[in-house]
Design a protein around this ligand. Structure first.
Ligand SMILES: Nc1ncnc2c1ncn2[C@@H]1O[C@H](COP(=O)(O)OP(=O)(O)OP(=O)(O)O)[C@@H](O)[C@H]1O
Ligand SMILES: CC(C)(CO)[C@@H](O)C(=O)[O-]
Ligand code: BAL
Length: 312
């Protein structure tokens, strides 16, 4: 497993591999890796012959006052976790922006990607520059690494949708795959930030996944009123001491709020316990639709891996 820190060395590596007939999968991360990240690596190996994982905490997606300075980091631990999975390259650049050398700001960088509609709801309300930062860094990473396929987790559902849209709209030659959420045994969605939860908040944060499961059961029993379902989740989380940024049932494609659960929707939640902001979500199908109903029409059939594969 090679660690590459320079853009040009990364590009040279990919181009040499492609010349040799290899297919390259890429997993962008911000490090402090857990089983959720490793599940993306395993998925990547089903789609490619070589795997690149980036570890880069992208300051451009954090607004002032957000948790950039306390974001957990453990690069040596990350390498130990990736090694047994036969990852080929860990791309760990020092900095990817052309910054004014005397400051930490972005005065040397002025090009930003906005996915105008999809970036606005849900996390876009609470993190005003988040998706601009994510779309821009992912575009830069795609340009540097030039992967054939890139893997994202559906834990960050809106991020996955934003990236898919960017790839489609800007004609990136990369296939985007979304993977299911990996959970702890008790149901908490795995997240690097979980490590910052106090023992009490860790316990109380289970109200998120538990109430989402209750909402899912309610839908199975015939409840289709989105407001009723949202209220159920909101109450469960606030009663457990959490503060809800949003608990919304939205269309899986447009991320616009729906009134009733009549077509494939996703119940998306962001909630804070202490200073830790957690995301979780559940794709919901009304009982009348078969559970395997695809999220979106597939232009070409993909391999049957149980995960949504989108070709552009
Ligand atoms: N529990 C999980 N299941 C599946 N994918 C995940 C999970 N957690 C993170 N990922 C995916 O891993 C990739 C990198 O995410 P990132 O490094 O930000 O980790 P994270 O756990 O989401 O951290 P945090 O939410 O604390 O920022 C993203 O595509 C993200 O969706
Ligand atoms: C996609 C990403 C690596 C961009 O910095 C980040 O938002 C993440 O880890 O989900
Ligand atoms: N996984 C999303 C990265 C962030 O919250 O900044």
């Amino acid at each position: 497993m090679e660690v590459i820190r320079e853009k040009q060395a990364m590009r040279d590596w990919t181009r040499a591999q492609r010349k040799a007939g290899e297919r390259i999968a890429f997993i962008p991360t911000m490090g402090y890796l857990h089983e959720g990240h490793l599940s993306l690596v395993r998925e990547a190996k089903l789609h490619a012959t070589k795997v690149v994982v980036s570890v880069y905490v992208n300051s451009a997606q954090f607004a002032p006052g957000e948790d950039l300075s306390t974001y957990p980091r453990d690069f040596e631990g990350d390498l130990k976790r990736l090694k047994p999975l036969d990852v080929n390259v860990v791309f760990n650049p020092f900095d990817l922006y052309n910054r004014d050398s005397s400051t930490e700001n972005f005065s040397g960088h002025e090009t930003w990607i906005r996915v105008e509609r999809l970036e606005k709801p849900l996390c876009g309300n609470d993190r005003p520059i988040f998706f601009r930062g994510v779309a821009t860094i992912v575009a830069k990473l795609f340009n540097i690494i030039e992967p054939d396929v890139a893997i994202f987790g559906k834990k960050d559902y809106q991020q996955w949708r934003v990236i898919r849209r960017m790839v489609r709209d800007l004609d990136f030659a990369v296939e985007i795959i979304g993977c299911p959420i990996s959970r702890e045994e008790d149901g908490l969605a795995m997240s690097s930030r979980n490590v910052r939860l106090s023992a009490t908040d860790r316990q109380n944060s289970l109200s998120i996944s538990r109430s989402l499961r209750e909402a899912e059961e309610a839908v199975k029993s015939g409840e289709t009123d989105a407001r009723v379902l949202e209220e159920l989740v909101l109450k469960a989380i606030t009663s457990a001491g959490g503060s809800v940024d949003y608990a919304k049932i939205v269309d899986q494609e447009t991320l616009q709020e729906v009134k009733t659960v009549e077509f494939p929707v996703v119940f998306a939640v962001a909630a804070r316990f202490g200073s830790v902001r957690l995301l979780d979500n559940m794709e919901l199908q009304p009982p009348s639709l078969p559970p395997s109903n695809p999220v979106s029409p597939q232009p070409t059939p993909g391999p049957k891996l149980g995960h949504e594969i989108v070709f552009f």
